[in-house]
Design a protein around this ligand. Structure first.
Ligand code: NAD
Ligand code: ZN
Length: 346
């Protein structure tokens, strides 16, 4: 798997010339059709026949029904195993497209061209594909690597601010868990705009890729990428159940605040370090009122997280800025304390 920051589409064109697929299947959603596909088509220098497959935008469409439609479309197109699927979109498209490509005829090659910041720095890298089923996120899926990932930062220019900020939460996480300099660079950004984020995308891509390469099957170090996600996922699900969804990055930022506090309560970092991290996270993310949920309710959801085993809630926690550990068992009391701390923040 290679991920390439391609400024001018030349590397994508070279890749296609070498691979010589029989057909290109370009998967887009309605937004990437409008905002990203024209640029891609303008820059593609190839005679290979292509088909555009569009699905509606949104997580709600990351379902078995959509997958079934897509498998049927490939069958109608008489797609063979030498075709290449091009997933042009955010994490929904790269997850769904990767899933379809890795299962159709037992697998056809695919590449990811992520168009959201979250996609560029996180979702398109790491070989996890999947769909949601019966309200469970990513419950059906495969491990399958794209042939390559091509990142064109200019696609971020049309991305709504909240989506940019959501991806930025994952970048901050990369800094916190592995790279103090990256964290310092990111928190120095005054104004969250695509141009200000561009210079740091490559580092985040490399951090994610490096962690995944060391531990593809998530037996050890890959678990550190779950920092902020144990509490983050639980709250993301609770807000969704309430019919008031919050963005993934907002939930992760909230989760990172609580889990930084837990790192302190577990004596892994000092109160001063914890306060520094939390005040910087709060510069970028608005406070979310979580008073509607009880500590018990949140704990119960966390116990069901598929990343846990034998009923223990496992956390990845910080030992300093730029360093983290995994498989930390945390007493319920500390989890509840961290939530209370968050809720009572001014
Ligand atoms: P998304 O794909 O839904 O994109 C967010 C929104 O932005 C959508 O409305 C989309 O149409 C729009 N959009 C995309 N690119 C655009 C552009 N350039 N300009 C304007 N609008 C654009 O969501 P996401 O945040 O990219 O990804 C979230 C998904 O990723 C979730 O389903 C999550 O489960 C998955 N994910 C997967 C992994 C993994 O390792 N496989 C990791 C993290 C997240
Ligand atoms: Zn995440």
């Amino acid at each position: 798997m290679i991920s390439i920051l391609d400024q001018d589409f030349s590397q994508l064109n070279d890749f296609l010339t070498q691979l010589k697929p029989t057909q290109l299947l370009i998967l887009v959603d309605e937004n990437t059709h409008e905002y990203c596909l024209p640029t891609l088509l303008e820059n593609l220098e190839t005679e290979i026949p292509f088909e555009i497959i569009e699905i509606e935008a949104g997580e709600e469409l990351k379902t078995l029904e959509t997958a079934t439609q897509l498998w049927e479309i490939l069958t109608e197109f008489e797609t063979d195993r030498k075709a290449l699927m091009i997933n042009l979109g955010g994490g929904v498209i790269t997850d769904m497209g990767g899933f379809i490509a890795s299962t159709y005829k037992r697998g056809i090659p695919f590449i990811n061209i992520p168009t959201t910041l979250l996609g560029m720095c996180d979702a398109s890298i790491g070989g996890k594909t999947g769909i949601d089923h019966q309200f469970l996120k990513n419950i059906i899926g495969t491990f399958a690597h794209p042939e390559a990932i091509f990142v064109f930062p200019e696609f971020l220019n049309t991305l709504p601010f909240e989506e940019l900020r959501s991806g930025f939460a994952e970048m901050l996480k990369h800094g916190l868990i592995t790279d103090e300099k990256h964290w310092n660079d990111l928190i120095s950004i005054q104004n969250l705009t695509p141009e200000n984020v561009f210079p740091f995308i490559e580092t985040s891509m490399k951090i994610k890729q490096n962690v995944v390469e060391q531990d593809f099957a998530e037996q050890n170090i890959r678990k550190t990428l779950n920092f902020g996600h144990t509490i983050g996922h639980a709250l993301e699900s609770l807000f969704l159940l309430k019919g008031k969804p919050i963005m993934h990055g907002e939930a992760v930022a909230l989760g990172m605040i609580c889990e930084t506090r837990i790192s302190m309560l577990q004596d892994l970092i000092s109160e001063e370090t914890s306060d520094t991290i939390i005040s910087n996270l709060r510069k970028f993310f608005p406070h979310i009122n979580v008073s509607a949920f009880s500590g018990e309710e949140i704990l119960n959801l966390m116990k069901n997280d598929k990343k846990n085993s034998h009923g223990n809630i496992n956390f990845s926690l910080l030992t300093e800025i730029g360093n983290s550990i995994f498989n930390c068992s945390v007493p319920a009391e500390n989890i509840k304390n961290s939530l209370l701390y968050y809720q009572n923040m001014p």
